[in-house]
Each structure stands twice: as structure tokens, then as C-alpha cells.
Design a binder for this molecule. Structure first.
Ligand SMILES: NC(=O)C1=CN([C@@H]2O[C@H](COP(=O)(O)OP(=O)(O)OC[C@H]3O[C@@H](n4cnc5c(N)ncnc54)[C@H](O)[C@@H]3O)[C@@H](O)[C@H]2O)C=CC1
Ligand SMILES: O=C(O)CCC(=O)C(=O)O
Length: 450
């Protein structure tokens, strides 16, 4: 039996029912096989066995009272996965689908993503199976306060620094920070993605979307192509999607489709970004309401999606940016993109393409930027926020944006040159996984068996 299969079988036995986690582990293990052959020390040191086991997993009860006075109970998680390179760093996700397996897959991805940034940050992730949809601000506040009432004792500016992810934006980070400050009696950089009024960094809100588009720019330049005039499908309509679309417009491309969990919107003239921002950032409405302003746009409800995939990837466009959630781009979607002449897929979300879709992109030598490389701009800018907090500084927008561009360029170059080193110059999955793994593994070896 191969080493990879043995490892996955052992994970299935010891950590049952964590499908997304196995998928994330398999993706990394398959890529690093040539490195393991070249450097037997990694197996001797049992780096893989140590890496797949989180350093610490915290699971807790989150009781809170809704507006009717009824008591609700959710499950909270913080998985402190690996601290070889720095304090645990990674977002919090509030979504009804959250469970230990989802948080573990996200935490595992985060280890290698954070390593790729070249910064001193380890990997962690957390969240709750709480559904913010339809909740009042007061309910969100009470939930965040209860969540932090347990979490505060596990985190710290030099220990573990959470941020946002799906369902956790500026409003939630504000409530979480307020409760942390009250309980810990400390005002420090324990969370990132904070408001600019109390320690937040310029560009953090925009960073993941902007970063993914910078990555696309560098990857296309590597193929003597550019973003200018390209039509783009950008799934989702949250933080990552909105700022990816903003940067695409700035760099001369045209986003023509986006989506939410209820359906897909297509507008051949180009998505009206101001309207989407208003609908999603202020009015908290479904995308369908876009049709009230633009009757020439098309909307497909989720119930009418093809049974083997998602409507958004069936439209013709030059580039695809999956920016919503995991496994939102299937093999059939990948086939549709390729047959419609799509030349690049750049992942703003974490693990949005199924393994079969990824295999197809690699076999077809598509310009493919895997999430752990392409969406690392968010966490990289979080580290810039931590550095500003520690130094009691506040950098201007231009300075943070320039640093973000440098980091995205270096991530692309590192993934590309590592892919070349291992004889597969077009395979940035292999390049990103090996480059990220090597940095973490070498640090673990130097720190001994801990
Ligand atoms: N916020 C950040 O800085 C970072 C986020 N990510 C990843 O980017 C993705 C999006 O995160 P955010 O934009 O922060 O979250 P968000 O909560 O702001 O937006 C999520 C969006 O995805 C949509 N969505 C959720 N499930 C969907 C589905 N099944 N089909 C279509 N749309 C769906 C929601 O309607 C919403 O528009 C996630 O995979 C997250 O892990 C990755 C790196 C950093
Ligand atoms: O900014 C951060 O700390 C984390 C962002 C995040 O959750 C991610 O990169 O998936």
C-alpha cells in the first residue's frame, strides 16, 4: 500500500467522517511525493504524521439568547494546527455547515498558505455552526459575546490571532474584540480585520480579493497574457468576491457573473459593482434584487442549477474566480469552462474546486492558481495589521497595497520556480504545496520532536 493511502486510511480510522479534511490532506500529500523521495529525513522525522494532527483542538458550547427570549445553543471550534512558523493565524467561519472536519480542512490549508507568504505565522482556524442569515444585530452581538467568553482564554496577540471568514466580517470582529477587551483587560492585536477606528489596517478588507487578482495578473504575465479586456466569472458576492471584482475593473477586465447561496446572476454588460456592494454590504439582500434595477441581467435560482454542478461556470468567459466556498466547482463545471475557452482559474475561496476538477486543469495545463497561493493576500495583510499593532503604527493605504503586491508576486514566483525545480513548470499546485511544506517541515525539524 502506498504511503499516501496508508496515511489517509489511518486518518479515516482515527478522525472519522471528516471528508473535506481528507481531501485537503490528499491534495498536499500527492504533490509532495517527489520531495519525500528526494529527502527521506521528512519520513524519518514523521513530519506528515505530526502535521496532520493539530497541536490543539478546542471545542466549546456557545449558548445565547435570541430576540424572542429563547435560548439557543451552538458548537464553537478553534483548531490550533501548527505553530512552527509563528502564532496560530486564520479566520473564524460562522455558517450552519461548520463542523470539526470543515474547520480542520481550513486549518490544514492555512498552515501551507501562511508558510507561502514568507511571514512568521502558523496555521489555525475556528468558527461555529451558527447561521448569521436573518439574525438581528443584537442577536449577532450576543452570539459573538458568548463565543468570545470561551475563546478569549485561548488566544493572544503572540499566541493565536483569529480573523474573519465566511459569515464573519467587520461587524462580528468588532463585537468579538469588544468582548475580548472586557474579559482580558487588554487592548492589543488579538484579532485582525478590525475597524480602522481601533487598530485595523488599511487594505485588509480588500486584501483577499485584490490579492487573488494580483496573483492572476502575475500568472497571466508569465504566459504573455494580461487581464486587459478579459471577461470573468466570479462566484459568491461576499468580501472576497466584491473586492476581486473591484480590482478586476481597475485592471481593465470585466466581471460578468457572480452568485450567492440562492442563485447566479449574469450581466453581459458587466456586473454593477456599486449595486452589489449596496445589496450585500448594506441592505443584506439576496442577489435576485439586482433585477429590480437591471432587467437585462439574467438570474438562475439554485433549484434550477444543473444536477452535476453550478450555473455560474456554464457561462462563456476568459477567466474564472471561484470565491464562495469549498467544492463549488465540479469536474463537469471544469469541462464546461474548458470547452468555453476559459484560459485561467484563480481561487479566491479555500478548496473551491473538487479534486477531479483540479486534475483536469492540470492535465490541460490551464493557468490555475490554487487557493492556498492565490487567496493568501488576506492573511498576509492580517500579518501586516499585527505588525502595525505591535509597533503602535498605522500605515497608509498605498504602503500596505504595495506590500501586498510584493507578497503576491513572491508567492507566485516561489510556486512557479518550485514547480520548475520538480520538472512540472505549469503545475502551481505542486509548486505551492512543496514550497509551503518545505518551509514548515524544516522549521519543525529544527525545533525538535514537540
Ligand atoms: N475573508 C477572507 O479574508 C478570506 C476568505 N477566504 C475564503 O473565501 C471564501 C469566501 O469568503 P468571504 O468572502 O470572506 O465570505 P463572505 O461571508 O463575505 O461571503 C461568502 C459568499 O459566498 C456565498 N456562498 C456561500 N455558499 C455558497 C454557495 N454554496 N454557492 C454560492 N455562493 C455561496 C455567500 O452567499 C456569500 O456571498 C471562503 O471560501 C473563505 O474561506 C480565503 C482567504 C481569506
Ligand atoms: O486573515 C486571516 O488571519 C485569515 C484569513 C483566512 O481565514 C484565510 O486565509 O482563509
Amino acid at each position: 500500500m502506498s504511503y499516501i493511502k496508508e496515511t489517509i486510511d489511518e486518518l479515516k480510522r482515527t478522525s472519522p467522517a471528516q471528508t473535506e479534511f481528507y481531501q485537503a490532506v490528499e491534495d498536499v500529500l500527492e504533490s509532495i511525493e517527489p520531495l519525500l523521495e528526494e529527502r527521506p529525513l521528512y519520513r524519518k522525522q514523521r513530519i506528515i504524521e505530526r502535521l496532520v494532527e493539530p497541536e490543539r483542538q478546542i471545542m466549546f458550547r456557545v449558548p445565547w439568547m435570541d430576540d424572542n427570549g429563547d435560548i439557543q445553543v451552538n458548537k464553537g471550534y478553534r483548531i490550533e494546527f501548527n505553530s512552527a512558523l509563528g502564532p496560530y493565524k486564520g479566520g473564524l467561519r460562522f455558517h450552519p455547515s461548520v463542523n470539526a472536519g470543515i474547520i480542520k480542512f481550513l486549518g490544514f490549508e492555512q498552515i501551507f498558505k501562511n508558510a507561502l507568504t514568507g511571514l512568521a505565522i502558523g496555521g489555525g482556524k475556528g468558527g461555529a455552526n451558527f447561521d448569521p442569515k436573518g439574525k438581528s444585530d443584537a442577536e449577532i452581538m450576543r452570539f459573538c459575546q458568548s463565543f468570545m467568553s470561551e475563546l478569549y482564554r485561548h488566544i493572544g496577540a503572540n499566541t493565536d490571532v483569529p480573523a474573519g471568514d465566511i459569515g464573519v466580517g467587520g461587524r462580528e470582529i468588532g463585537f468579538l474584540f469588544g468582548q475580548y477587551k472586557k474579559l482580558a483587560n487588554r487592548f492589543d492585536g488579538v484579532l485582525t480585520g478590525k475597524s480602522l477606528l481601533f487598530g485595523g489596517s488599511q487594505v485588509r478588507k480588500e486584501a483577499t480579493g485584490y490579492g487573488a487578482v494580483y496573483f492572476a495578473k502575475y500568472m497571466l504575465e508569465g504566459k504573455s497574457e494580461s487581464l486587459e479586456g478579459k471577461t470573468c466569472l466570479v462566484s459568491g458576492s461576499g468580501n472576497v468576491t466584491i473586492y476581486a471584482m473591484e480590482k478586476l475593473y481597475e485592471l481593465g477586465a470585466k466581471p460578468v457573473a457572480c452568485s450567492d447561496s440562492s442563485g447566479t446572476l449574469y450581466h453581459a454588460k458587466g456586473i454593477d459593482l456599486d449595486l452589489v456592494k449596496d445589496l450585500k454590504e448594506h441592505r443584506h439582500e439576496r442577489l435576485k434584487a439586482y433585477l429590480d434595477t437591471h432587467s437585462d441581467a439574467e438570474y438562475t435560482a439554485r433549484d434550477d442549477y444543473p444536477s452535476d454542478g453550478h450555473t455560474i461556470w456554464r457561462y462563456k468567459a476568459d477567466l474564472a474566480f471561484p470565491c464562495a466556498t469549498q467544492n463549488e466547482l465540479t469536474e463537469k463545471d471544469a469541462e464546461a469552462l474548458l470547452s468555453n475557452g476559459c484560459i485561467g482559474v484563480i481561487e479566491g475561496a479555500n478548496m473551491p474546486s473538487t479534486q477531479a476538477a483540479v486534475d483536469l486543469f492540470i492535465a490541460e495545463k490551464l493557468a490555475y492558481g490554487p487557493g492556498k497561493a492565490a487567496n493568501a493576500g488576506g492573511v498576509a495583510t492580517s500579518q501586516i495589521e499585527m505588525a502595525q499593532n505591535a509597533g503602535m503604527e498605522h500605515w497608509p493605504f498605498e504602503k500596505v497595497d504595495a506590500r501586498l503586491q510584493e507578497i503576491m508576486h513572491s508567492i507566485y514566483t516561489n510556486a512557479k520556480t518550485t514547480a520548475e525545480e520538480f520538472g512540472e513548470p505549469d503545475n502551481l499546485v505542486l509548486g505551492a504545496n512543496i514550497a509551503g511544506f518545505r518551509r514548515v517541515a524544516d522549521a519543525m525539524i529544527q525545533q525538535g520532536v514537540v
